[in-house]
Each structure stands twice: as C-alpha cells, then as structure tokens.
Design a protein around this ligand. Structure first.
Ligand SMILES: Nc1ncnc2c1ncn2[C@@H]1O[C@H](COP(=O)(O)OP(=O)(O)OP(=O)(O)O)[C@@H](O)[C@H]1O
Length: 443
C-alpha cells in the first residue's frame, strides 16, 4: 500500500480560557476547551475525506491545526512522510505551498480593499514566484497566471481589476479557490466551502471542485456540517462529535449502514427522497451537546445516546435507563431542588413516600419495577433527607454504564465506529479504566 499523503495521529487542540471574571480575580487556572481531543485519520493521495459533525465539534480546529495554522496541544501530523510539527523553515515553506485552505465565508475571507487579481496573486508574491520571468516582468507573469487561474475556476480574465464586492457569493468562493490553487498545491482543506452559498450555487461549486481535483490530482479534506453535501463529493467520511472521531468509513457504506448511534442520528436528520427508507426507525437525539470544557467521561456521546449500555446484570428498558441517568446527572450538578418537590408533595415534610412519588412523577416517565424501582426509591429517599450527593452516588453505584467508564476509540478496520456496541471487534479500541475516566472527567 502506498503511504497516505496526510496522516493525523492522536491530534489534540485545547484552547485556554479564563472561566469567568471571578475565576480570573481569584487567579484560578484557565479552563481548557477540548476542541479536538485525540483524533486519528489518514487521507490517501487523490482522495476526498469528509469531516462532518455538528457546529462546535472541532472540525475547523482540526483543519487549521493540521495545517499548522494553530499550534497543536498534542499528537502528530505527517504530510508526505514528514512530521508537520517538526518541520524546519525550508520544509515548512514547502508545506505552505503544498497545503492550502479554502474558508467557508467568501464574504469575509477576501480583503475588500484588494482587487481580485491582487488577492489571487498574493500567495505567489509571498513565495517569491516567479523566481525569474523570461522577457516579461514578474508582475506580468503573475497577471497572466492569475488570468489563467480565474478562467480555470469559471471566472474571466476581465475580472482581474474588480473588487470582491462586485461579485456574487458563488463567484467570490471561486476567487477563494483560485487563490488556493495559485501555488499548485497537492492538498486543500475545504472548510465548509459551500455552506454560505445558495443551494443552486452549491452544486456548481462542488462540480468545480470535483473537476479541479481530477485535473490537478488534488487531495481534499472536506469539512461540512451537512451530510447531504459530502455524500457526492467524498470517497470516505469521518464523523466527529465533541472533539472525537466516532466513525470513519467509505461514503456509501457509511450512509447505507451507519454504525455509530451518533451517525445514525445525524443521518436521520437529513431529508431523504427515497420512500424505501421511510420505514427506518428514527432514533431522535435528546439533549444539548455538552460543553467541550468539561466533556462527559468515557464515550463523549453517552449523555445523548439512544443506545447507551446498561450494566450487564440489570434488566432495564432504554427509555427508563436514560431517565435514571438524566436524574443522576441532574442530582450530581445540583439541578434538582428538593424544596419544590416537598412543596408539591407534602409541605409539612412528613411523608417521605409522597416525596418519592412526586419526584418519580417529575423525573421518570412510566412504571419502575423490581430492583430498579427499589434503587431509585432509595436514592430519592436520600434526596428527601437533603442529601443529593448521596442520592446521585446510590444511582451511580447500580446504574453505571461501561459507556461512561471507558472511552472507545476508532480502530483500524476499514469502517470503524468508536462505540462499545462494537467492543470485541477490531473496530474499537477501548481507552481508560474507571479511575482513568474519573480523572479525565475531573480535569
Ligand atoms: N480561539 C478559540 N478560543 C476558545 N475556544 C475556541 C476557539 N476557537 C474555537 N473554540 C471552541 O472550540 C470548539 C470547536 O470549535 P470549531 O470551530 O473547531 O468547531 P466546528 O466544528 O468547526 O464548528 P463550526 O462549524 O461552528 O465552525 C467550540 O466549542 C468552539 O467554541
């Protein structure tokens, strides 16, 4: 097998942020935003790898960090066999030519005071290209080159002296692409290149990118939050959630047989034309994306996962399990106010049974049976006594999921999913122990 053009190994990027004004007054350590938290993938020569996920999951940070536009916190990136983070000045200069980026917003990524000709020529000037020009000035050489590039991206050489505001969104994105092509790169990070464009224009720009890839033998990392956009342009797709890659596979396979519950949920949110697929079970995503400052221990997705795994020896339905876990998490962060429950159940605070019944009705839909009912009632009894931490601990002891104690990582199979449901296969590597997960949750 040939060496991939780009290999990303355990890449981490944490942003430092002061928690709040009070924190800074008290001199507390800044909190890390774990924007990218140990991701690995490879991009083969000539392929397009899609990187998809909801807003804030770390896609742009990944693209910018692997290009060394941001300093990585950890991990390694190899480009054409050389470690990007250890390049010397000459290697870095060559890398800056070979690897380019096209940004999402063609409205803000182009300097409004520069002509389109100057915008596209700028990278050439910065890199001192051409070194010499036979019979014409370097400026003329660059003007010819830019005219050529503009035509290549579907604009006209007559556009050279115009300014960005004279162009439509689609045309501006073409200017951005021409600029990225100026140095004849091998690799381009396309960061949501069509998200800001009208749907009708999106297809034209995607077709252009496709044509350019073929003509110039380009390799793309295509960042998008919209799965329907990546389907037609990507060979493989990596799905990101909260700083982690959760699944990676050939595009058709990932769309037709998604494995990770998050990928399934994302796909459910894409409108689909095919009636054959209408019968598929819809597993809605519950809850908000947790903060990357304090991501959940174990599997990052477990707080919203519709298939979170209960302890082996516990007989419990998924819906009930989710409700118990949500109650436990709410207790742990002080989000359950026993006073409100007492007020509704028994203002005299004498009848613990009534308190438990009221608390159950508020937090858990449906009937609880057997052992599950017993443990939940014991926990709620602790809450009635004013001990929410003990209540949370009681629930934790009996209901703790392997999804929260161990972090699944994407393995090396051709279509791996980082999910405990696939444990035991070569698709998932499990990282950490209970203690490790607790430490991870605390830091
Ligand atoms: N300079 C920064 N300082 C602190 N936090 C940041 C910074 N840049 C991004 N973040 C945070 O890092 C996380 C990942 O952001 P990133 O922009 O990489 O995500 P994304 O998936 O590309 O989202 P979007 O599609 O909205 O751009 C987010 O929580 C974001 O708020």
């Amino acid at each position: 097998m040939t060496e991939p053009l780009l290999a990303v190994r355990d890449l981490q990027k944490y942003y430092s942020e002061q928690d709040s004004f009070v924190d800074s007054l008290l001199g507390r350590d800044p909190t890390s935003v774990k924007a990218v938290d140990g991701i690995s993938f490879e991009v083969e020569r000539g392929e397009t790898l899609g990187l998809v996920g909801e807003s804030g999951c770390g896609k742009s940070t990944t693209g910018e960090t692997l290009l060394r536009l941001r300093e990585a916190t950890g991990g390694a990136v190899t480009f054409d066999g050389t470690n990007v983070f250890e390049m010397d000045d000459d290697e870095l200069k060559a890398f800056r030519r070979d690897a380019q980026i096209v940004f999402q917003d063609p409205f803000s990524s182009l300097d409004p005071r520069m002509t389109v000709g100057d915008i596209v020529a700028e990278p050439l000037k910065i890199h001192g290209i051409p070194e010499s020009a036979d019979g014409e000035s370097k400026r003329e050489w660059r003007r010819d080159k830019v005219a050529d590039l503009l035509e290549r991206v579907g604009l006209s050489a007559n556009h050279l002296d115009r300014y960005p505001h004279e162009f439509s969104g689609g045309q501006r994105q073409r200017v951005g692409i021409a600029r990225a092509l100026a140095l004849e790169p091998e690799f381009i990070v396309l960061d949501e290149p069509v998200s800001a464009l009208d749907v009708s224009v999106q297809a034209q720009v995607l077709n252009l990118l496709d044509d350019l890839q073929e003509e110039f033998g380009l390799t793309y990392l295509f960042i998008a939050h919209d799965l329907s956009v990546v389907r037609h342009i990507c060979d493989r797709v990596a799905v990101m959630y909260l700083g982690n890659v959760v699944e990676l596979g050939p595009t058709d396979e990932l769309f037709e047989s998604p494995k990770h519950p998050y990928t399934k949920a994302l796909l459910e949110s894409v409108p689909r034309p095919s009636t054959a697929e209408h019968g598929r079970r819809v597993e809605a995503l519950s809850g908000d994306v947790p903060s990357p400052r304090n991501p959940p221990s174990g599997c990052r997705f477990r707080t919203r996962c519709p298939q979170v795994i209960p302890p082996d020896d516990l007989d419990i339905e998924q819906e009930t399990y989710r409700a118990v876990m949500d109650l436990r998490d709410a207790l742990a962060v002080g989000d359950v106010n026993p006073d409100h429950i007492w007020d509704a159940a028994d203002p005299d605070r004498a009848d613990t049974e009534a308190f438990i019944e009221e608390a159950r009705a508020r937090h858990i839909d449906g009937e609880l049976r057997g052992e599950v009912a017993g443990v939940v009632d014991t926990a709620l009894g602790h809450l009635a006594e004013g001990e929410p931490d003990r209540a949370a601990e009681t629930l934790r002891e009996r209901f703790e999921s392997p999804c929260e104690t161990q972090r699944p990582a994407v393995g090396d199979a051709s279509h791996p999913a980082a999910c405990h449901l696939y444990e035991g296969s070569d698709e998932v590597t499990v990282i950490g122990t209970t203690a490790g997960a607790a430490a991870e949750a605390d830091d």
